[in-house]
Design a protein around this ligand. Structure first.
Ligand code: SF4
Length: 335
């Protein structure tokens, strides 16, 4: 690690050790809260990072202190050179993980294992095949569910990301938690967040508070154990007494966790986002291709990071469409 300057520390004292890399803007699902109905304008192929460029940029971040890299998309496993990308990144001294919709993860089990991936986050918003089809606009529920069981049986640590929406899947909270009775999964309930084109509405959001009310209506309070959250954790973790797995809540809307944020994001077209909600981006790819150092750009981006949610530090600001839609759609950020 280069000692001379910590370009990953922001003006709020947060050291950024976690880089999320979006490998593609493409996906084999069409989730309504992520992908605008009309789809997204894909970047021209030449504007997307090659596997060599992904490796070069990641290597620079690791040299400056990044210890964890998560691969996201779109759907990262739709990239044809995914095994080369995994192999290259696995050569770095970094904890590698991936977020996938698991539609085709069964084809990549060996590659994922060979390249040291131990934790896999899978997006699944309903345990009902019809609802799954409605939200993803694809009929892959059985495949995804069986692949979650397969990943678990193959020894991966599986976290299931569930974006909750009122009057859609908020009546499945207990069904998801009951999965953890016999399966060592971590179910992560995510408050619905505003991004370009996802028709977000505060009224559709299921809050941390109301999720816990549902939990305490179903389980005696002394059976609901609050677990120790990991440093920089985005989620608040719980376990029902005697259950194999756990559940967690990611409350970016009602209870943001920006104080301990250690995350930076790299988009598939080589832009650095210093925050999930930042409306500004810094172009790393052009400088890399011109053979220029990307370190000054990274440092400037990190020093420009707002304390909370890309400057939307109040719920009122977050609810302001002029502010929150001034960002990409989730499909091209990668969560
Ligand atoms: S909203 Fe931005 S600052 Fe807050 S935790 Fe997420 S990425 Fe970090």
């Amino acid at each position: 690690m280069k000692e001379h300057k910590n370009i990953l520390k922001d003006t709020h004292g947060r050291a950024h050790s976690y880089l999320r890399i979006s490998l593609t803007e493409r996906c084999n699902l069409r989730c309504s809260y992520c992908m605008p109905a009309e789809g997204v304008q894909l970047s021209p192929k030449g504007h997307l990072m090659s596997y060599e460029e992904i490796y070069e940029i990641a290597k620079t971040f690791v040299e400056h202190g990044v210890t964890k890299i998560r691969l996201t998309g779109g759907e990262p496993l739709v990239r044809k050179d995914i095994s080369v990308i995994l192999e290259k990144l696995a050569s770095l001294s970094v904890e590698l993980s991936i977020t996938t919709n698991a539609v085709n993860v069964d084809r990549h089990i060996d590659t994922l294992k060979t390249n040291g991936i131990k934790t896999i986050n899978v997006s699944l918003d309903s345990l009902n095949a019809e609802k799954f089809k409605h939200i993803t606009r694809r009929d892959y529920f059985e495949k995804v569910y069986n692949n979650i069981l397969l990943l678990n049986s193959e020894g991966f640590k599986v976290k299931v990301n569930v974006v909750l929406m009122k009057d859609f899947n908020d009546n499945e909270i207990i069904d998801f938690i009951n999965l953890t009775k016999t399966l060592p999964l971590t179910i992560r309930f995510i408050e619905f967040m505003p991004f370009d084109g996802n028709k977000w509405d505060m009224a559709k959001m299921v809050s941390y508070k109301s999720i816990m009310e549902t939990v305490y209506n179903a389980f005696p309070e002394d059976q609901v154990h609050r677990l120790q959250d990991a440093p920089n954790d985005t989620s608040k973790n719980y376990r029902i007494k005697g259950f194999q797995g756990s559940f967690a809540i990611i409350s970016s809307v009602t209870n943001p966790f920006c104080d301990s944020c250690n995350r930076l994001r790299l988009t598939a077209n080589g832009q650095l986002k210093n925050c999930l909600f930042s409306s500004t981006e810094s172009d790393l790819l052009t400088s890399l291709r011109q053979g220029k150092s990307i370190e000054p750009i990274i440092q400037k981006a990190v020093l420009g990071k707002f304390k909370i949610r890309g400057s939307m530090n109040t719920l009122k600001k977050l609810q302001d469409p002029k502010l929150h839609s001034n960002n990409r759609s989730m499909i091209s950020i990668g969560g």
